[in-house]
Design a protein around this ligand. Structure first.
Ligand SMILES: NC(=O)C1=CN([C@@H]2O[C@H](COP(=O)(O)OP(=O)(O)OC[C@H]3O[C@@H](n4cnc5c(N)ncnc54)[C@H](O)[C@@H]3O)[C@@H](O)[C@H]2O)C=CC1
Ligand SMILES: O=C(CO)COP(=O)(O)O
Length: 342
């Protein structure tokens, strides 16, 4: 058993801290809002981010980053993607003083705006390599609400260093939380980030009243464009038929828990990007990732028609309606389906 710091007390950070504490690790949960930290310590709940869940009394919550990470063997970063760089900058000097270099894990899903970097690339850029062991990505189909009620969940821990991925696997594994390992960090991170775009699309078609055929089409053709961009960026294509690819795509496109799906249903009602962000107090990564993915697709010359339509609808003043976007996707030039030999 070891000391593990979870950085980010939103829904996913709180659910992961619960798993680790139930696995008897000495778990410290860091958050920036004093009221939420006090609630976790005093009533062992986090009603705003994880309602109706009793947390283990042993989880210690704090707003002090140095207290959270001091002597931690593992540090798990679970803040929104665009807060990750700043978080790493605050963390970096604190790692200098550690007697033993910790394993760094992140469990967030997105691509950094402006730099287009994956989260592990941001962490590598900011953190001093002498002061941590390796970076591991934890990803897969895992809604916090279901993990918190101990529903069976499977994830992937990915690192170029398999042994360190195995350390993370062992820390989390229990009867309801099964972790596989993977060495394809690029594929695991891109699968997790890009599926959020398709989930926004799934929310839109559901909100507009389209049926199951449309949803299956969106998921399947969404996976095709995720794989195209992913392989162009160096991912193993097989990763996209694993947990962090199609697994996460299915859960996010079909679950009412998904914030990306919920955001899509609001877009279908006519709300603008800004109005959706305001209405959803929790992070909706897909709305930001769609811009980064659109730019990457242009840069690499990759066909990503669903991403492009969502980008045009959300980010330009072309005033393309969702109905027009769907018609344009359906009526564009006929294509051949992908096959393994091309
Ligand atoms: N909720 C879920 O079921 C899952 C979420 N994720 C990913 O985990 C990441 C975090 O998501 P959630 O915990 O669900 O989000 P959330 O919206 O529930 O909570 C976000 C947390 O980050 C904090 N935060 C926001 N801006 C910050 C900043 N600048 N610096 C420090 N902290 C900041 C907020 O105060 C809040 O505690 C996202 O990338 C999400 O895609 C991954 C798997 C499951
Ligand atoms: O990544 C997730 C589940 O695996 C959570 O998705 P949402 O952010 O859409 O809720």
């Amino acid at each position: 058993m070891m000391k593990i710091a979870v950085i980010g007390s939103g829904s996913w950070g709180t659910a992961l801290a619960k798993v680790l504490s139930e696995n008897k690790h000495d778990t410290v949960l860091w958050g920036r809002k004093q009221t939420i930290i006090d609630e976790i310590n005093q009533t062992h709940t986090n009603e705003k981010y994880l309602p109706n869940v009793s947390l283990p009394k042993k989880i210690k919550a704090t707003t002090s980053l140095s207290e959270a990470v001091s002597k931690a063997a593992m540090i798990i970063l679970v803040v929104p993607t665009n807060a990750m760089r700043q978080m790493a900058q605050e963390l970096n000097p604190l790692l200098e003083d550690q007697a033993q270099a910790p394993v760094i894990v992140h469990a967030s899903k997105g691509l950094e705006m402006n730099t287009q970097l994956r989260i592990s690339e941001v962490l590598t850029e900011v953190l001093n390599k002498d002061n941590y062991q390796d970076i591991v990505v934890l990803s897969g189909p895992s809604h916090a609400e279901e993990v918190a009620r101990q529903d069976v969940t499977t994830l992937t821990a990915a690192s170029e260093n398999l042994e360190v991925a195995q350390v993370v696997q062992q820390a989390f594994m229990n009867r309801y939380f099964r972790v596989y390992t993977n060495t394809d960090v690029i594929g695991v991170e891109l699968g997790g980030a890009l599926k959020n775009i398709i989930a926004v699309g799934a929310g839109i078609i559901s909100g507009l009243g389209y049926g199951d055929n449309a949803k299956a089409a969106l998921i399947t053709r969404g996976l095709a464009e995720i794989s195209r961009l992913g392989t162009a960026r160096g991912a193993d294509p097989l990763t996209f038929i694993g947990l962090s690819g199609v697994g996460d795509l299915i859960v996010t496109c079909t679950s009412p828990h998904s914030r990306n799906f919920q955001a899509g249903t609001l877009i279908a009602k006519g709300y603008s990007r800004a109005e959706v962000s305001e209405k959803m107090f929790m992070v909706v990564e897909g709305i930001l990732t769609v811009k980064v993915a659109y730019e990457l697709a242009k840069e690499y010359g990759i066909d990503m028609p669903i991403t492009e339509m969502l980008y045009l609808a959300l980010y330009t003043d072309k005033k393309i309606s969702v109905e027009d976007a769907i018609e344009s996707l359906m009526l564009r030039e006929g294509k051949q389906e992908e096959s393994l030999d091309k």
